[in-house]
Write a protein that binds this ligand. Sequence first.
Ligand code: DX5
Ligand code: ZN
Length: 229
Amino acid sequence: MTEPTLRPATPLLAPSLLSADFTRLAEALRLLESARDCVVHVDVMDGHFVPNLTIGLPVVEALRRETKLPLDCHLMITEPLRYAPAFVAAGANWVSVHQEADPHLHRTLRAIRDAGAQAGVVLNPATPVETLVDLVGDFDFVLLMSVNPGFGGQSFIPRALDKVRRLDALRTERGVPFFIQVDGGVGPGNATDLVAAGADVLVAGNAVFKAPDPLAAIQALHAEMAKGR
Ligand code: DX5
Ligand code: ZN
């Protein structure tokens, strides 16, 4: 069983492949390998929990064969317990599941850890962080959505910043280490504030892969994030 993880020494960037060119995923991986402090964010959508269909198990297996970078699989699917262990078997290092999609979250988190990955809970913009108080210790990280899940390229919902602060306070108050990830509309304009509020990992799709120079965009985001620590 994987023990809860301490916060990373430096904030990490998790570029989302959803915004990459799907005919050139190996090139996207080479890009992230050439930058420091990156993990690979993989957005899995089932057309039920969210109104979009994206990446599934065979793609995660292919990514695993192609890189040693941590694979961070964000499951936007109903009944996540049915598939979460299979994503670990396919090579995911981190697997996060939506609280709103699972009435048996404790069991699902246990299954992810038992399968050998870090287990995360995702909260939609409308779900308060206080709903996690009785699960502290049972997850390795929390992913706070700062857009409504389903699509890349949406605008950041500013209230997410306060949720990061409240979650950071919960972490301090309980003395239990877990890391905080933020996903949706992240860019150079909010990266510093998010890290200053307590975020450890920032997901960025369009801000990286739709930039004219993605490596420069990653470096600029890292620089903004460093100002927040
Ligand atoms: C949205 C996904 C995000 C998205 C981020 O449902 O979970 O990971 O791809 O893309 P940007 O950074 O463009 O908002
Ligand atoms: Zn995501």
